[in-house]
Design a protein around this ligand. Structure first.
Ligand code: GLC
Length: 558
């Protein structure tokens, strides 16, 4: 395999007019599971700061921090009690300021997570709302309604919570109920209240003034509900009254103006779960969000035709707004890629709900496929988000003891849905300590013994490891001008091999073998620059990808 000099950390593109985020690779830090510096079993900011080398060595352009504001932790930070500061358990504001400064010194961007759909029941506004009478200004910031039935004993409508059970909780001793699209501890804001809109604009400015480079926006499509809160006729289907209302676009137009007013290329990345890519595209109009995750590809099974259709759909429909696609295959809400792609039993389980899979997994096969998917993803035009632990090839922990589970989905489903804890188990850094280098004491979710095999330090020392593949691909990607700066993607039709996906971007060809038969690319595609198997051979085995370059030379950027 041809090697290429390691590029220094820095912006992903050298074109000054192209915002950095259009092609950036961002590493998602699920903080409580990253590294624990003070031995309380929960990851924290000093733990992350001490391990920034991992990110620089990996070659990412920045990081996205899951919420680390003060929070009771019912949904591990997505129940925010105060949007203006940092939870002392994570090190408080001083630790955040250290992280920001040191990350910036290394050329890493820092994105925070903003949670505008709901807060925590511990947020002072909600405490005040409960203490205030029905119809008061305090209650107007949330969605309180009288219940149905003679004594208001039935919820105001039939909506359900994303985590299971009704979306309403009755205020004790009264006939009023409040709406919570997630856990009962996460009351939904009323975005028709001017207080709410004004508060979040202040919060954005506060953190932008402190120097952050952008925000990931939690459930960005949910802020507004149908004004009349009508029942939804079929709750087995997407409830179009509870989300994706037209008014939400005005919020993002205002937020975009705020971000742009800083002249620092700040980004806003929406988590927008809507039924079709056609529904997603309007969020990315030039005066709205710069970015929104493209979940369509995350929902595809390991299948060449599905991948090709989804990639094409993204490039066409997102591209038509002028935005680039924000690719991702994993995050803290879905099963890990190794497990999704390695699911063999039942063999043809559709990946309709990537957080609900259960079954037999061939982890070795899953890891080969996940490595292949990585090269494919990093060759696409646009930006890429990588979830922590994916670079280690970690499988989902499917067999957590029930008593250890913490996801509200587990409790609200009557302990039938495992939920998302299995992708949140604290990272293994070393193979030779009881917590695998995570911290000094047992971690908040137990790590299985097999985590030792995935330890980061061992993988740095192993040339063919999944971690080294990530680093090599990321550093190479920075040196290949055709992978940045928007060079168009052209599909290559491969005769008689529907399981082989190949496309070209300038001089670079990316080829992925989805099926069980090996494939030898024609010599005209160039020489292998990087292969997901680590092999230098011209023949690609099953479940692998390679990058090929027309004329390979040691410094492709030269
Ligand atoms: C988003 C987050 C998820 C959280 C939910 C409620 O989907 O990614 O982790 O539970 O919103 O805030």
């Amino acid at each position: 395999m041809t090697t290429v000099e390691t590029a220094p950390a820095g912006p992903a593109t050298d074109a000054p007019t192209r915002p950095w985020w259009r092609d950036a690779v961002i590493y998602q830090v699920y903080l409580r599971s990253f590294a624990d510096s003070d031995g309380d079993g929960i990851g924290d900011l000093p733990g992350l700061t001490a391990r920034l080398d991992h990110l620089t060595r990996l070659g990412v352009d920045g990081l996205w921090l899951n919420p680390c504001y003060p929070s009771p932790g019912a949904d591990h930070g997505y129940d925010v009690a105060d949007y203006t500061t940092i939870d002392p358990r994570y090190g408080g504001l001083p630790a955040f300021e250290d992280l920001l400064r040191l990350a910036h010194e290394r050329g890493l961007k820092v994105l925070m997570d903003i949670v505008p759909n709901h807060c925590s029941v511990a947020h002072p506004w909600f405490v005040q709302a409960l203490a205030a009478p029905p119809g008061s200004a305090e209650r107007e910031r949330f969605v309180f309604r009288d219940g149905r039935g003679p004594d208001g004993e039935l919820p105001p409508n039939n909506w359900t919570s994303v985590f299971g059970g009704p979306a309403w909780t009755r205020v004790t001793g009264t006939n009023q109920w409040y709406l919570h699209s997630f856990d009962a501890s996460q009351p939904d804001f009323n975005w028709r209240s001017p207080d709410v809109a004004a508060h979040f604009e202040q919060v954005l400015r506060l953190w932008f003034d402190r120097g952050v480079d952008g925000f990931r926006i939690d459930v960005a499509h949910m802020l507004f509900k149908h004004a009349d809160l009508p029942d939804w006729p079929d709750l087995t289907e997407y409830n179009a009254h509870q989300q994706n209302q037209p008014e939400v676009h005005d919020v993002y137009r205002r937020w975009r103006r705020i971000a742009d007013s800083y002249h620092r290329d700040l980004t806003l990345v929406g988590e927008v779960w809507v039924p079709t890519v056609g529904d997603l595209a309007p969020y990315l109009r030039p005066d709205e969000l710069p970015q929104a995750f493209y979940f369509d590809l995350l929902l595809c099974s390991w299948d060449a035709a599905s991948f090709r259709t989804s990639i094409g759909r993204g490039l066409d429909q997102i591209g038509s707004t002028g935005a680039t696609v924000t690719w991702t295959l994993a995050n803290h809400d879905v099963h890990r890629t190794v497990t999704r792609y390695g699911l063999v039993e039942p063999a043809d389980t559709p990946v309709q709900n990537p957080a609900r899979l259960r079954g037999g997994v061939d982890a070795a096969l899953g890891e080969r496929r996940a490595r292949a998917a990585l090269l494919l993803l990093l060759a696409l035009p646009g930006s890429v988000y990588l979830y922590q632990g994916e670079e280690l090839g970690l499988p989902e922990v499917q067999d957590l003891p029930d008593e250890a589970r913490q996801d509200p989905t587990w409790f609200r489903s009557g302990r039938t849905e495992h939920g998302r804890d299995g992708c949140r188990v604290p990272l293994p850094w070393r193979s030779d300590t009881p917590t695998y280098g995570f911290g000094d004491h047992a971690s908040w979710l137990p790590q299985p013994a097999w985590f030792a095999r995935y330890a980061a330090e061992d993988q740095w020392a192993e040339p063919d490891s999944t971690l080294r593949l990530h680093a090599e691909a990321l550093h190479l990607r920075r040196r290949l001008p055709d992978l940045l700066a928007g060079t168009e993607l052209r599909w290559i039709e491969v005769a008689d091999r529907p399981d082989v996906l190949a496309f070209r971007r300038g001089d670079l060809t990316c080829v992925t073998v989805f099926g069980p038969e090996p494939f030898t690319p024609p010599a005209t595609w160039g020489d292998v620059l990087l292969a997901s198997t680590g092999s230098q051979s011209g023949q690609l085995p099953a479940a692998s990808s390679a990058w090929l370059l027309h004329s390979v030379h040691p410094n492709p950027a030269a």
